[in-house]
Design a binder for this molecule. Structure first.
Ligand code: PCA
Length: 212
């Protein structure tokens, strides 16, 4: 049996919802043959997001870690290529994290690698998403906010522990429901975001099977 850890985030930046929170609830209703899906909702707080996640990685020893977050403004589902060892708030953002932190140019782990590449099969996921009729593109930056912090921490912990778990991050556009609060924001229906996560999990499981 494969163990997969799938994470989402609470709302942030004054938004009422984060579509990745609902994704954690809906994906639990799905079954994936030969796999157990564990979900975890993470706080939008620098440091705490990473601590919660790495504790769960240590406890579960998952075969893969698939973190999900919102990237409002994007028009496609975007598997991230790389996490970088830096923390900052989004350029021009009026908000900090949910605890009010606004770090500037700080490393996530002093002395850690500058960048860590996703080990999830991101090209395979992107192609499968497009084949399923879901707008998708590989993203070359996860930003320097909480999502990057989370992705970096997962990859760094897995690397240091010597585990072969696959890990990475997928940014989702706003859901239609979220866009109702912010006219003009590009969005996809929540049901399509759910389908996208299902495809990403299936492709990750297929990759694990082929590597066996
Ligand atoms: N998106 C933010 C943090 C939480 C989330 O869902 C980010 O891209 O960093």
């Amino acid at each position: 049996m494969r163990n997969l850890l799938v994470t989402g985030f609470e709302p942030f930046g004054g938004s009422r919802i984060n579509p990745t929170e609902a994704l954690m609830a809906s994906i639990r209703e799905e079954s994936f043959p030969g796999a157990v899906i564990h979900t975890l909702l993470l706080p939008v707080v620098f440091g705490d997001c990473a601590e919660r996640l790495t504790q769960e990685i240590d406890r579960l020893q998952p075969d893969a870690v698939l973190c999900c977050g919102l990237a409002a403004g994007r028009t496609a589902v975007t598997p991230e290529r790389i996490a970088v060892n830096a923390m900052d708030v989004p350029a021009g953002a009026a908000y900090g994290d949910n605890a009010g932190n606004r770090p500037q140019d700080e490393p996530i782990r002093a002395g850690g690698p500058d960048g860590l590449l996703a080990t999830l099969p991101i090209r395979r996921i992107e192609q499968a998403l497009r084949a399923a009729g879901i707008p998708a593109a590989i993203s070359d930056t996860a930003g320097l906010f909480i999502c990057n912090n989370t992705m970096y921490a997962a990859l760094d912990r897995i690397r240091q522990s010597g585990s072969h778990a696959l890990a990475g991050f997928i940014h989702f556009p706003a859901s239609t429901e979220l866009a109702l609060d912010k006219p003009g924001l590009p969005s996809l229906p929540q049901s399509m975001l759910h389908d996208a996560l299902r495809v990403a999990i299936s492709q990750t499981l297929a990759e694990l099977d082929e590597r066996r």
